[in-house]
Design a protein around this ligand. Structure first.
Ligand code: 5GP
Length: 190
């Protein structure tokens, strides 16, 4: 997606050869117009897959997931990382290793929000080693639903997340693919 790549080049900060900071439009401040274009792009790509629900992980996945769900006319569900007082006892959960925080997190979803037989589209802000997406797939499969695809805003193609997810028979569609982060520079894959 051209506008996203331009935004990454203008505002992305390369923190190391591994981490890109995009707080100015995705991870803290949100560029609503750009996010809504992302939603259109994901919805257009997955429109023939009969999506029943969009699923993401709090918090940075929520904005692009919401924009996509709005375009598709379906509900958006996000997994919580911590049990809250309002989370019911009846939950699906899986363990996810957090790339940015380097700790194990739980991913928790009330059972009532993902149902057997539903076609679920996953959306997330970044794809690195695929652990967040793998955790979402585990929950979708526990529910007896179908993970029909994984929409990623920024894929770090130098990590092995895509292979992990494709090996689980789930399509990965990314709006921007980064081949290399080196010496403060960003190199796109295509
Ligand atoms: P994975 O689970 O694929 O290893 O990592 C994906 C998750 O880690 C995303 O949900 C995202 O929150 C975070 N993440 C991974 N790499 C980056 C990065 O370079 N920058 C930012 N801001 N978040 C990242």
């Amino acid at each position: 997606m051209r506008e996203l790549k331009e935004k990454i080049l203008e505002e992305g900060v390369v923190l190391s050869d591994d981490i890109l900071k995009v707080d100015s439009f995705l991870n803290q401040q949100i560029d609503v117009e750009l996010i809504s274009k992302m939603g259109k792009e994901f919805a257009e790509h997955f429109k023939d897959r009969k999506i029943d629900k969009v699923f993401t992980v709090e918090s940075s996945g929520i904005a692009p997931a919401l924009a996509t769900a709005s375009e598709l006319g379906v509900k958006c569900v996000f997994g919580r990382k911590k049990q809250s007082l309002t989370t019911s006892e009846d939950v699906y959960h899986s363990s996810v290793f957090s790339f940015t925080k380097q700790v194990m997190n739980e991913l928790i979803v009330n059972k009532e929000f993902i149902n057997e037989g539903e076609n679920v589209l996953m959306i997330d802000d970044f794809l690195a080693n695929g652990q967040a997406a793998k955790g979402m797939i585990a929950i979708i499969r526990q529910a007896g639903a179908n993970p029909v695809g994984c929409g990623i805003v920024i894929e770090k193609s130098f990590s092995n997340g895509r292979k992990l997810i494709e090996d689980m028979d789930v399509e990965v569609y990314s709006l921007a693919r980064i081949a290399k982060l080196e010496d403060g520079n960003i190199e796109f894959a295509e």
